[in-house]
Design a binder for this molecule. Structure first.
Ligand code: NAD
Ligand code: MG
Length: 369
């Protein structure tokens, strides 16, 4: 890590030939062109992929920065929302790439949140068997999580992120100032994913988040910069150790087994992803205490932090059977196991594959008392 007095933070993700920098700096959006000119031998053509909400806010700055640095810029503007993270949008990106005749070493730039980033990365991995791509994340979630690590995907009607690839970006260019236009609810949901790193592997960061989350919500530049940097460092460390999720990368899914079930049982219309993860994490913490892995008080400490941020903490009232169904428990397949990420305490997560349906019944019962 290198750090300078002007709030610039750079973290290098070391993955051999796939290594890249994460650059975090307030107001850096207008210097993207310069940074990209350094990455490529000579500026040629590039394409910026964004959506109808983000493009009116930030496309002009990005385009003029690229053009000043000598790039010839084309655009592909998609509809806004998770429901457009589809084969159809993927096809629109391919059409635009074919029309602009981008060659194999000319880059695409994802300007947006996790949805734009995931789709752009996947399209970049496929077009001409792979062209370079740059992440310019514009949501808290994308800045602390999804823009780093190379998981790219689109959804299929039968499942989220079912079609995708591991494909690393060439650069992650983070301007925390763009968060000024983001809705408060989206900021909160992104902060839940930052808190997650503390819970999984850094108790000190969790304590810092307990103190600092309010300032992050108020978009205090120093606090945001620190939160994003520490989150990216944790994400990158995990990815460097386990790029394709053979082992410890799965720990990043703390709260996600229950969280995804919450999202799917409420038809993806009630909770944002980060909100589902927050509630799911509280459930994982209670289960960890119930099974004797984590000390009493673990769940309460996490709940206190979420409440402070204004995240939802109430577990929705579904039956144990509904929960198990939503989590992919197949009653016909006796051998099927649901994988849970549990806690030994704050800052120490582990993968458990031996949690019995009885334990889940008991957990769900505990919310009915
Ligand atoms: P999103 O991309 O849908 O963005 C949320 C909303 O904010 C959208 O309406 C968007 O248009 C708007 N927006 C974005 N930036 C803005 C800005 N600066 N100002 C105003 N509005 C802005 O949602 P998200 O939470 O960023 O990402 C969720 C997606 O990320 C999911 O599809 C999920 O599967 C994916 N994800 C991927 C990874 C990964 O490792 N690849 C990790 C976590 C999540
Ligand atoms: Mg997540």
């Amino acid at each position: 890590m290198s750090e300078t007095v002007d709030n610039t933070k750079i973290y290098r993700v070391e993955l051999g030939v796939r290594s890249y920098d994460i650059h975090i700096e307030p107001d850096c959006l207008g210097r993207l062109g310069e940074a990209m000119a350094k990455l490529f031998a000579a500026p040629t053509r590039c394409m910026v992929i964004s959506n109808v909400t983000i493009a009116p806010l930030y496309m002009d700055v990005v385009r003029s920065s690229l053009e000043q640095a000598g790039w010839q810029v084309s655009e592909c503007i998609l509809a806004d929302g998770e429901r457009y993270k589809t084969m159809e949008s993927f096809g629109l990106i391919m059409d635009a790439l074919m029309q602009s005749k981008l060659s194999r070493n000319e880059p695409v730039i994802a300007l947006g949140g996790g949805v734009v980033g995931d789709m752009t990365g996947f399209a970049a991995s496929c077009y001409r068997r792979g062209i370079p791509f740059i992440q310019v994340p514009t949501t808290v979630l994308a800045q602390v999580d999804s823009s780093v690590g190379g998981k790219t995907a689109i959804n299929h009607p039968h499942g989220k992120n079912m079609i995708g690839a591991f494909y690393q970006p060439k650069l992650v260019w983070i301007d925390p100032k763009v968060l000024n236009t983001l809705e408060l609810r989206e900021i909160r949901a992104g902060i839940a994913e930052a808190i997650k790193y503390g819970l999984i592997r850094d108790a000190g960061f969790f304590e810092w988040m307990q103190k600092s989350a309010k300032a992050a919500l108020d978009l205090n530049a120093d606090v945001l910069g620190q939160m994003i940097h520490t989150s990216c460092r944790h994400k990158a460390e995990v990815v460097m150790a386990d790029e394709t999720e053979q082992g410890q990368r799965a720990l990043l899914n703390l709260g996600h087994t229950f969280g995804h079930a919450i999202e799917s049982m409420t038809h993806y219309s009630t909770y944002l992803h980060g909100e589902g993860v927050a509630i799911g994490t509280l459930m994982a913490a209670r289960l960890s205490e119930q099974l004797g892995h984590a000390p009493a008080g673990t769940e309460d400490a996490i709940r206190g932090c979420y409440k402070h941020v204004g995240l939802p903490v109430e577990v929705p009232g579904f039956s144990a059977e509904q929960w198990l169904d939503a989590m992919g428990h197949d009653k016909k397949n006796v051998g099927s196991r649901i994988r849970y990420i549990l806690l030994r305490g704050i800052g120490d997560a582990f993968l458990a594959e031996d949690v019995s349906p009885d334990a889940i019944n008991q957990l769900i019962d505990s919310y009915r008392k």
